[in-house]
Ligand binder design. Sequence first.
Ligand code: FAD
Ligand code: NAP
Length: 247
Amino acid sequence: MEQSQFKVEFIASTMLTPSVAELSFRRLDKLPFPFIPGQFITFLLPHLSGKIVPRSYSLANSPSQTNRLDIAIAPVQNGFATNILFNLKSGDLLDCVGPKGRLILQPAEKPTHYLLVATGTGVAPYRSMLPILAERLEEDKKLKVTLLLGVRYAHDLLYVEDFIAFAQKYSNFHFRGYLSRADRETAPYQYVGYVQSAFESLDLNPMTDLVYLCGNPYMIDESIEQLQNIGFSLQSIRREKYISRKV
Ligand SMILES: Cc1cc2nc3c(=O)[nH]c(=O)nc-3n(C[C@H](O)[C@H](O)[C@H](O)COP(=O)(O)OP(=O)(O)OC[C@H]3O[C@@H](n4cnc5c(N)ncnc54)[C@H](O)[C@@H]3O)c2cc1C
Ligand SMILES: NC(=O)c1ccc[n+]([C@@H]2O[C@H](COP(=O)([O-])OP(=O)(O)OC[C@H]3O[C@@H](n4cnc5c(N)ncnc54)[C@H](OP(=O)(O)O)[C@@H]3O)[C@@H](O)[C@H]2O)c1
């Protein structure tokens, strides 16, 4: 999908969890915004020094809402973009480029199992993918999809209602929330620990399964190491690390 630069107008924000906000924008030129689920946009933010600072955010909505862009953002203490994005007012304009990114489901690939792994807001790409996953699960009754989301506490599980509802509709879709700082689970889909601790119990097949990793860079590095140890090649592991260049 071709990248372009355009202005977006901030519409509104809602809190998804006590700390993560969902921000909604629309293109100012009212043109549609086609993207592939899993892709991100980059805001070009003006700095006092006169420099333009890029900050990227995954699209959390599905492309059917053509002119609209939703992102889920976690606050970083004293973060440059955090300070701008958490203080937007309705009608504020931002420059933006996109869509970009290759954390997407390739139409030609037919794995037996998609393992989608995220920490925090790294789950946004998978939420955007839900309509495509629905199509794939309907087309291929043998396909299995597992989504693992790692956060600190149960109240940090963003979009959890969407994933639970999807799992209720599609019996081959499995959702697990991993809680790194809770001392116990309070629902059947919850597990205490880091997302990687699930790998052993998932009966993964390195020859036929595809793994997607998104979010915390340490989670990604440790997951890759574990997956390679059980026979996965890097071709079967797609990843996107949420780190940006320093201001
Ligand atoms: C492809 C891509 C997609 C992304 N998608 C999302 C998304 O959907 N939602 C989202 O919230 N973020 C996302 N990010 C991260 C986002 O781009 C910013 O890096 C993040 O919002 C922090 O920016 P900032 O300017 O507020 O902080 P900065 O001013 O860059 O950082 C301030 C300080 O905090 C540290 N820091 C920076 N980021 C983090 C972090 N994540 N955790 C802990 N410490 C940090 C820095 O090292 C620095 O010391 C994505 C990044 C990439 C590369
Ligand atoms: N003030 C708040 O209440 C609050 C809440 C949320 C986020 N934040 C800040 O927002 C920023 C982004 O936070 P985020 O929660 O979206 O992302 P994050 O800091 O990457 O954390 C997301 C989850 O990943 C876990 N994690 C850390 N290292 C891991 C590893 N090696 N393997 C597997 N999982 C790992 C974290 O566990 P652990 O942290 O337990 O190790 C946490 O459960 C950070 O700066 C964070 O401090 C603040």
